[in-house]
Structure formats: C-alpha cells, structure tokens
Design a protein around this ligand. Structure first.
Ligand SMILES: Nc1ncnc2c1ncn2[C@@H]1O[C@H](COP(=O)(O)OP(=O)(O)OP(=O)(O)O)[C@@H](O)[C@H]1O
Length: 279
C-alpha cells in the first residue's frame, strides 16, 4: 500500500511536458502505446494530444477531476469511442506494436484482447455460466463442453467468485450482489483471454467490502494482464496502482510512479489535485 502524504508547498507553476512513459519505465517495451491522441465529441475537444505508454504487470491509474477526460481516454484503448456517433479520435495507438486503427484490425478481436469492465456491473440477463461462456463461444475458443466448463471454472476462480457460485451456475447473473456481479463481469472479460483489462471506475457502485474484494482481485490479476483503471478515488489509486496518470482539462499533466505522483508531484496542478484543492 502506498501512503498519501502532504506534498511540498512550493512547486513550479507550469506543468512539465508529461513523459509518455514514467522515467522508471524508459527502455521497456510497452504493451500499449498511445501517441498524440485527440478525441472530439462533435466540435468539442475532450482529449488533447495525449501520449502514454502502458506496461504489462503494472496497474496504471487514470485520475483527475470530473470531466477531465479519463473515461474518454480509457475508451480509446479498445476503440469503445467508435460506438459513440459524435466521437472522433485522431492520433496513433498500438497494442504490442500493432496499430489498433489499421484497416486489418478486427475491432471485435481487439475488444477481446483489450477487455473492459464498466462502472455499473452489467451482466447479461442470462445464467452465471452463460455470462462466461458467451465470449469464448463467439470467439471459437473451445470445441467441447468439457473445455467450456474448464474455461468457466478457471475464469470464475481467477475472478475470486468460483466458491461463491459453483453450486448455482444456472442461476441468473443479475441475481448476484453488486460486488459479485462486478466480479462476474471481470470473469467474463478474463474468459476470452485478454492481454489488457480496462476498468472504468469499477468500484463506484459498490460498498466498501465489495470494493476491497475488487481491489484485492486487481492485485492478483496484475501479474497476468496489463490493467488500466479510471478512479475518482485517490486512496484507491494509491492502493491498487504502480503508475498514475493525472489528467486535467483533457490533457495528461503528469505520469509517473504512483508513489512519486502522490508524494512528490512535479506539476502544480497535480499537487493541487492530490491535496484536495480542487476536483
Ligand atoms: N458521449 C459524449 N458526448 C458528448 N460529450 C461527452 C460524451 N462523453 C463525455 N463527454 C464530455 O467529454 C468530457 C470528458 O468526459 P469524460 O467522461 O471522459 O471525463 P471523466 O474524467 O471520465 O469524468 P467523470 O470522472 O465525471 O466520469 C466532458 O466534458 C464530457 O462532458
């Protein structure tokens, strides 16, 4: 767990150019690389020239005040903004060196490789089993019922839900508690064998106990997947992430090791935000 401590009082007034990689990650091969990304909703620009690299075995938190563009930017990473008619994205984004906007990129495949978990748990109105089996089936990942059973079990185990649901796989996913539903949605994302998991405020609809379980799960999943999480909650960012990106007014102001962002931020805007002066 990282501590949030008060930062130094005096900071330079202007933000430095944010580095696309935290200094400590220089030279590492990123899982995802975003370069000069802009997002517009109609005429309005919501993301302004954001460059950032995201790494395997790290949780990267996107923080910043409401409306700063955290969710919009997260959605660029698996082209979810394509589903919003007024949204237009420019710039370059790669997954393992592949351009995610290339004509040859299959967007359904991309969204399996870069899975997403939303703010409000959104299980399908189907059985717990079917919630998990649906993705592997449409992606042709299994050829037999026993293989599918294995995927369902291993996904639920990895999401920390198996013991709670193994005797009621035929019950509706929507009958679970909110926290269980969110872990079901994480299991559903895991079932198609993703490389990156995007989480958009995954705990904001959950109580503290369910939130603690999801945070624990994020810790366990990080060894296997690159994870990017949007959160309003700075304590949560400090607890779950190793890298933090601070957004303000559509810009990436600062990106670095979580411990440094929270204890010794370089930009005054970051300092003002983490000390609660706005947001
Ligand atoms: N579908 C949309 N159509 C038009 N404008 C949008 C849409 N989604 C977001 N915006 C605008 O884009 C800007 C960034 O919004 P976004 O939701 O990405 O910010 P955020 O930092 O995630 O905010 P919050 O923490 O409140 O969820 C805001 O001004 C918002 O009003």
């Amino acid at each position: 767990m990282n501590d949030i401590t008060t930062t130094k009082a005096e900071k330079v007034d202007t933000a430095p150019d944010p580095l696309p990689v935290a200094e400590v990650d220089q030279g590492r091969k990123p899982k995802m690389r975003a370069q000069h990304v802009n997002v517009f909703y109609g005429e309005k620009q919501a993301i302004n020239d954001v460059s950032i690299n995201i790494f395997d075995d790290k949780v990267t938190a996107f923080i910043g005040p409401s409306g700063c563009g955290k969710s919009t930017f997260l959605r660029t990473l698996n082209r979810m903004n394509d589903t919003i008619p007024s949204a237009r994205v420019t710039g370059h984004i790669e997954l393992d060196g592949e351009d995610i906007h290339a004509p040859a990129m299959d967007v359904v495949q991309l969204r399996a490789r870069v899975g997403m978990v939303f703010q409000k748990p959104n299980p399908f109105p189907k059985s717990i089993y079917e919630n998990i089996a649906y993705g592997p089936r449409i992606h042709g990942l299994t050829s037999s019922k026993s293989e599918m059973d294995q995927i369902v079990e291993s996904s639920l185990r990895r999401a920390g839900l198996w013991d709670e649901v193994k005797d009621r796989l035929d019950e509706s996913g929507t009958a679970l508690s909110g926290g269980q539903q969110q872990r079901l949605c994480i299991a559903r994302a895991i079932a198609v064998d993703p490389e990156v998991i995007l989480m958009d405020e995954p705990c904001s609809a959950l109580d503290p106990i369910a939130t603690a379980k999801i945070e624990e799960l994020i810790h366990e999943l990080r060894g296997r997947y690159a994870i990017a999480i949007v959160t309003h909650n700075m304590q949560q960012a400090a607890r779950v992430s190793q890298r933090t990106a601070f957004f303000h007014l559509g810009e990436l102001v600062e990106y670095g090791k979580t411990s440094e962002i929270f204890t010794n931020p370089k930009a005054k805007r970051t300092q003002d935000y983490i000390t609660g002066r706005y947001g």
